[in-house]
Design a protein around this ligand. Structure first.
Ligand code: ZN
Length: 131
């Protein structure tokens, strides 16, 4: 298993980690299989979406913030319930097919680490599986 360290600089931030995943997959020597990308945090997530136009991630973040505001009728005393909810919506993992030693991603797709309670130093675990 490999681990990527992601340092975020704001409370909510989408970080494109595609190049790191690609490097780990290449280093593993995996020719055909699956790469599992996993976030071991309760207020951060992973999503695969468009990496070509940064406005897509801006809109995603903006809409999430409208739907799930920081302030609200939450019970969780830590004051970051919105971050927990957004993290669950994004999910804590993504799986990417590896074929002929390459990540099978669409032309416009990228893998994003989603920070919802930063700034923090976070971990992303990556494990390759032969299939
Ligand atoms: Zn909390």
């Amino acid at each position: 298993m490999d681990t990527i360290t992601v340092k975020t600089s704001s409370r909510v931030q989408f970080v494109d980690i595609t190049s790191y995943i690609r490097r780990i997959a290449e280093k593993s020597g995996l020719t055909d299989g699956i790469v599992l990308v996993y976030v071991p945090h309760t207020t951060a997530g992973i999503t695969i979406n468009e990496a070509a136009d940064p406005d897509v991630v801006f809109d995603l973040n903006n809409k999430l913030s409208q739907l799930i505001p920081c302030e609200g009728m939450y019970r969780h005393a830590e004051g970051n319930s919105d971050a927990h909810i957004k993290a669950s919506l994004m999910g804590s993992s993504a799986q990417i097919i590896v074929s002929d030693s390459k990540l099978v991603l669409g032309v416009w797709q990228g893998v994003f680490f989603c920070e919802f309670d930063g700034p923090r130093t976070r971990k992303v675990h990556v494990k390759s599986f032969l299939c």
